[in-house]
Design a protein around this ligand. Structure first.
Ligand code: COA
Length: 378
């Protein structure tokens, strides 16, 4: 029976949704606040700096940010707390257990759009998978909260593969449909990256933004906007170059919860150098396994972390410079939204696909991890 399903059944992505916070911060606003913090720090610590005990902090620049990353602004859940130099982190109100949590709330908004686009009802859904880098609590799963709010029966769970969480959760949903566990699965990727970003770190303070995406996967969808999944492929390889040591053992270990390693830390240059060839090889070998020539691929929806990185991956794959249509960029507006990035690009630019055209979603990040989902418009 399972064999028959695999031969005769198609798994489709029938709808996508996006939640974007109302507030955004431009590079200029971010740099102005960071540089004021630098001036104040250097004045307050003048004696220690003069004696050589500590290094003076160095100002940031919006030109550097644009040039090094391609980022121009980022959407955030709370602008005021981030730009307040006495705080430099978002100010989020702690909610009671009887209120819907902020991560579930974002996920639900994205899910509602995806459900509408797919033309189904939430009660038709059999499972919810929440994949994200930045889970707000250990348990109960945010996915189960989303399941309750949308009155979905069946099962739900959270998973975290950092920036690759979207493609990894899409593969889980795909497998659940293939194996007969579920017919319709909702995947949500809510990310409040501003909560784990060190806004006092010149090397990284500009990198992230907040957003949530949602994807509906179905067995044999009737939706006109559906894409058939031709295949999924995942790869991981351990690296310390992107890390966040925040966790439930911080207290028993008596480690300082405010130390920089309890937030996002990376060796950006090494990540760039090591991840580009890994992603290029991964996508090339996945296409090869499915007997698809790269020239048949209309669009690459890549993880949105760094403009040059994406240009290089696309160039290595295509053997020439990609154009804007072939490799859409949304990170100029959104910055890196972790797992949501490649899905935002897919959501915003899939509308012009005609029957049989092929596209590739690929996410990559901490782990290291790389995932690809190859799609064909029905
Ligand atoms: N403002 C001004 N100058 C800055 C700066 C800032 N905010 N941050 C760093 N610089 C300076 C550095 O001091 C350095 O100066 P030096 O050459 O005089 O020493 C110079 O700019 C280059 O710094 P570097 O960190 O090597 O920059 P980069 O070109 O590698 O760009 C990243 C930094 C983070 C944008 C880039 O490495 C990147 O995006 N890497 C991939 C990250 C990624 O995809 N991560 C995945 C996360 S999920």
């Amino acid at each position: 029976d399972v064999y028959k399903r695999q031969v005769h059944m198609s798994v489709m992505i029938s709808g996508t949704g996006l939640f974007t916070p109302k507030e955004f911060i431009t590079n200029e606003e971010l740099v102005q606040s960071f540089n004021q913090f630098v001036i104040n720090f250097n004045e307050e610590n003048k004696d220690q700096i003069d004696s050589g005990a500590i290094d003076a902090l160095v100002p940031s620049s919006s030109e550097f940010i644009k040039k090094a990353s391609g980022i121009e602004q980022r959407y955030v859940q709370d602008k005021e707390g981030i730009l307040d130099i006495t705080r430099m982190r978002p100010r989020l109100k702690e909610r009671s257990n009887s209120e819907v949590s902020i991560l579930a709330e974002m996920a639900i908004k994205a899910a509602e759009e995806a459900i509408k686009q797919s033309g189904i009802n939430s009660s038709d859904i059999d499972a919810v998978i929440c994949g994200c880098s930045n889970l707000q609590r250990a348990y109960p799963a945010v996915a189960i909260e989303v399941q309750k709010e949308l009155e979905i029966s069946g099962y739900a769970y959270d998973m975290n593969v950092a920036c690759s969480s979207a493609t990894f959760s899409i593969q889980n949903a795909y497998n659940d449909i293939q194996s007969g566990l579920a017919d319709k699965v909702l995947v949500v990727n809510p990310e409040i990256c501003s909560g784990h970003l060190n806004f006092k770190d010149r090397d990284a303070h500009f990198i992230f933004g907040d957003a949530a995406t949602a994807v509906i996967l179905e067995k044999d969808s009737n939706s006109q906007s559906a894409f058939k999944i031709l295949g999924t492929s995942l790869k991981t390889q351990f690296s310390n170059n992107i890390r966040n040591n925040f966790g439930f053992l911080n207290l028993p270990e008596n480690s300082d919860p405010k130390s920089p390693d309890k937030l996002f830390i990376q060796k950006g240059r090494s990540v760039f150098k090591e991840v580009v060839p890994m992603v290029q090889a991964h996508i090339a070998s996945h296409l090869d396994k499915l007997n698809i020539d790269i020239q048949e691929v209309k669009r690459l929806w890549l993880h949105q972390a760094n403009l040059s990185m994406n240009q290089l991956i696309a160039k290595k794959l295509l053997g020439r410079e990609p154009d804007e249509q072939e490799m859409p960029i949304i990170l100029n507006d959104y910055a890196n939204t972790s797992s949501a990035g490649s899905i935002i690009a897919f959501h915003q630019t899939k509308g012009d696909f005609v029957s049989n055209e092929i596209g590739v979603i690929s996410s990559f990040g901490a782990g290291y991890s790389v995932g690809s989902v190859i799609l064909q418009k029905i």
